[in-house]
Design a protein around this ligand. Structure first.
Ligand SMILES: NC(=O)C1=CN([C@@H]2O[C@H](COP(=O)(O)OP(=O)(O)OC[C@H]3O[C@@H](n4cnc5c(N)ncnc54)[C@H](OP(=O)(O)O)[C@@H]3O)[C@@H](O)[C@H]2O)C=CC1
Ligand SMILES: O=C(CO)COP(=O)(O)O
Length: 350
């Protein structure tokens, strides 16, 4: 273990918040885990379990559950926010009511806010006054909570406008089963993490429709192409999309039964309605809202994103998944590599 021992509060006691609290506790830190469900916090403190989100897992006794957010943040400099994207502003609003000292906020959520089209670090910067915000750091990468909570080998990336802040967070989390890299491309890290969920939903759909591995490989490869096409227009480094938060997270989310996005897509491919699917999951499926946001981003940046468009049609226009696959396959022929398409002045890059 590297770095000094700290007091850290994890805000959000779902699967990812609890798994990350375990990593921090394994590293010897004093970990407070806040959740808004009092019964769940009682179980964490009494039985050291979080049965809804990590069934069968024993939590380290060093994790202390908190019902009061204010108590959880008393004398704390670093917090990890691990709630779904749509809950982040609400949680920050509560923190602002009592917080007096500046915080380093680590966020681990994978989404884009529809309509404002802000990345999560931008939402945090917008929501928190300067005097309450020291640094924002994103932690992202191929990391299912179910596996991290079993201390299975995992690699992630941390990124921040302030690379020293990212390095400090790297030191807090890194250990022998949880390897943490740094990357100074915040835009690429956040865009890769958010948009891979769209492709995972689509991969689940094609699996649910009974297509094979060729179709999944095609979706992942062309999906990454459209994520990188948008991300680079937004200012990301193209290299980031070949890293852990790009192809790495795309692989783990499109190919794992742990993925809620893949599972939701799989049910859609088998003919279930979107609302039925979401009701049955009991956990967040970030890709649904992110598809709406990415669809808006594609318009704003004038970027072609055919897979995102097809998924948008399925989720929000009641389109038939099989018809959308057929129309993806019958698009005008094009070059695979965009620089070649540009050289040849082709306007149909997709
Ligand atoms: N699970 C994973 O493997 C990974 C998840 N992530 C990302 O982490 C983020 C959180 O996901 P995850 O933990 O998996 O989600 P879960 O659905 O497992 O848990 C979400 C948690 O947030 C709580 N919550 C929801 N709304 C609010 C609110 N308004 N105020 C306070 N708490 C709230 C939920 O409480 P309640 O039980 O009451 O609903 C629950 O405890 C997502 O953006 C996800 O993409 C990133 C990497 C890995
Ligand atoms: O982001 C994840 C793994 O890196 C978790 O993906 P899901 O939200 O689809 O479960």
């Amino acid at each position: 273990m590297e770095g000094r021992i700290e007091k850290i509060t994890v805000v959000g006691a779902g699967s990812w918040g609890t798994a990350l609290a375990m990593v921090l506790a394994d590293n010897g830190h004093e970990v407070r885990l806040w959740g808004h469900n009092p019964k769940q916090i009682d179980d964490i403190n009494e039985y050291h379990t979080n049965e809804k989100y990590l069934p069968g897992i024993s939590l380290p006794k060093g994790i202390i559950g908190f019902k009061s957010l204010e108590d959880a943040l008393t004398n704390i400099e670093t917090i990890v926010i691990a709630v779904p994207t749509k809950a982040i502003r609400e949680v920050l609003g509560k923190i602002k009511e009592f917080q007096k000292e500046p915080l380093t906020i680590v966020h681990v959520s994978k989404g884009i806010e529809p309509d404002t089209l802000l990345r999560i670090s931008e939402m945090i910067e917008e929501e928190m006054p300067d005097n309450l915000l020291r640094n924002v750091v994103v932690l992202s990468g191929p990391s299912h909570a179910e596996e991290v909570s079993r201390r299975n080998i995992t690699t992630v990336t941390v990124s921040s406008k302030n690379i020293e802040a990212a390095e400090r967070i790297q030191d807090l989390f890194i250990n022998s089963y949880f390897r943490v890299y740094t990357n100074n491309d915040v835009i690429g890290v956040e865009i890769g993490g958010a948009l891979k969920n769209i492709i995972a939903l689509a991969a689940g759909i094609t699996d649910g429709l009974g297509y094979g591995d060729n179709a999944k490989a095609a979706l992942m490869t062309r999906g990454l192409a459209e994520i990188a096409r948008l991300g680079t227009k937004m200012g990301a480094s193209p290299l980031t999309f070949s890293g852990l938060t790009g192809i790495g997270d795309l692989i783990v989310t499109c190919t794992s039964v742990h993925s809620r996005n893949w599972r939701a897509g799989n049910m859609l491919g088998k003919g279930y309605r979107l609302q039925e699917v979401l009701d049955s999951m009991g956990m967040v499926v970030e890709g649904v809202r992110t598809t709406k946001a990415a669809h808006q981003l594609a318009e704003r940046y004038q970027v072609k994103m055919p897979i995102t468009q097809a998924l948008y049609n399925v989720l929000f226009k009641d389109a038939n998944p099989k018809d959308e696959v057929d129309s993806l396959m019958s698009r005008v022929k094009t070059h695979e590599m965009e620089d070649l398409a540009n050289v040849l002045s082709t306007d149909s890059i997709e």
